[in-house]
Ligand binder design. Structure first.
Ligand SMILES: Nc1nc2c(ncn2[C@@H]2O[C@H](COP(=O)(O)OP(=O)(O)OP(=O)(O)O)[C@@H](O)[C@H]2O)c(=O)[nH]1
Length: 358
């Protein structure tokens, strides 16, 4: 199966954008240091290099730093990277003035920096958008400053460097996309139960603990419902496990349909589910549980050889000030067992004044 085609491309694109934004300061400053070192080297090796040229370079490197040292809220990273490349390319071109064939001296450095962009921005279009102004600048400089015999060398470099960046980028993009897909699959396998699509026990606990801390902090209500399918073993024994699985899926679907968008459901055991209802006090939780119980009891299980309806027993617990998640869950579990003992297909509320209804 080629999972690549089914992946939401925009999410991956946004991730690439964030990646470029994160790497730009490091990459830009290394580029700037490289440009300065290149200037120093030129001055040491070629005494003709005027100190003024080095000063101009340093000034341009400082200007380029606005492109990568800007706050995150600044312009788009592709525009900033393009600016950094163009200004650094102009800094490299300053060797063109004092040195004979100075422009040709700058080309190898520029070639390396242009080709290296593929490692930072592997997406073809943004990569070309960043490199195009720089390549055009050098092609134009070559046309104006070099004899016609030397200019084609610069033009070849201006085509070959972006081509190399694209080739590097395309390989990297492929690897990163594959890695990203695998990461998503792994995350999905950890967070969701494969049979029902409900949250996994682990992920439900993480979310619930977070929501419980918020409820604590802001003095808001939060309720937990523990659900257990009634006589599930008999369903399995009578109709087989495939129908049992359909019952599990039907209960999840009922929860998803019945709960509010801010509520969530997880499967924490074979036929046991937990619903977390943030912002719901006792009355709202009770109404929600009754709605859910009623909806499930009225649902015909798909795939059963004859008309089959199942029921669920629900235990409710409402969070109090100092309560932790484990004890809240224990209370909901205790209430659910009382709902079973009272005859099943009913809702029970934990607490000193025990209420059971169905
Ligand atoms: N089909 C299916 N069955 C499962 C799954 N996980 C657990 N079970 C079965 O769920 C049944 C649980 O039965 P019990 O705990 O005895 O409870 P019950 O029959 O629902 O009885 P009460 O809870 O007292 O109403 C067992 O037969 C398990 O084999 C699953 O993923 N699919």
């Amino acid at each position: 199966m080629d999972v690549r085609s089914s992946a939401p491309r925009r999410v991956f694109e946004r991730r690439c954008e964030r990646y470029l934004r994160r790497l730009l300061p490091g990459f830009g400053s290394v580029f700037g240091i490289g440009v300065l070192c290149d200037g120093l080297w030129s001055q040491l090796v070629e005494s003709a290099q005027s100190p003024a040229s080095l000063a101009v370079r340093a000034g341009l490197v400082a200007i380029a730093s606005f492109g990568y040292a800007m706050p995150r809220s600044g312009p788009q990273p592709v525009a900033r990277a393009s600016f950094v490349y163009l200004v650094h390319a102009a800094a490299l071109a300053t060797t063109a003035r004092p040195l004979a064939d100075g422009l040709l001296h700058a080309v190898p450095s520029l070639f390396v920096w242009m080709a290296a962009l593929g490692l930072v921005e592997p997406r073809p279009r943004p990569c070309l958008n960043i490199l195009a102004p720089t390549a055009l600048l050098y092609a134009a400089l070559g046309a104006f400053m070099l004899p016609s015999a030397a200019a084609p060398a610069i033009w070849a470099a201006c085509v070959a460097a972006p081509a190399l960046a694209l080739a590097l980028g395309s390989r990297l993009l492929h690897l990163r996309h594959d890695l990203w897909l695998r990461e998503r699959q792994l995350l999905r396998a950890c967070r969701y139960d494969s049979l029902s699509g409900a949250l996994s026990r682990q992920y439900l606990m993480e979310l619930a603990q977070h929501d419980l801390s918020l409820a604590h902090r802001h003095g808001r209500p939060l309720s937990v419902a523990m659900l257990d399918i009634d006589h599930f073993k008999a369903v399995n024994d009578t109709y087989g496990h495939a129908v049992g699985d359909a019952v599990i899926r039907a209960l999840t679907a009922t929860c998803v349909k019945t709960l509010r968008a801010t509520d969530y459901v997880g499967r924490i055991g074979g036929e046991e589910f937990v619903c977390v209802l943030p912002e719901a006090g006792a009355d709202e939780a009770w109404a929600c549980a009754e709605r859910l119980r009623d909806a499930f009891a009225g649902q015909v299980i798909p795939g059963a050889p004859r008309e089959l309806r199942c029921s669920v027993s629900i235990g409710l617990a409402v969070h109090r000030d100092t309560q932790d998640w484990e004890s809240l869950l224990r209370e909901a579990d205790g209430a659910m067992y009382r709902a079973k003992a009272a005859g099943r297909n009913r809702v029970a509320m934990a607490g000193p004044a025990l209420a059971v209804a169905g």
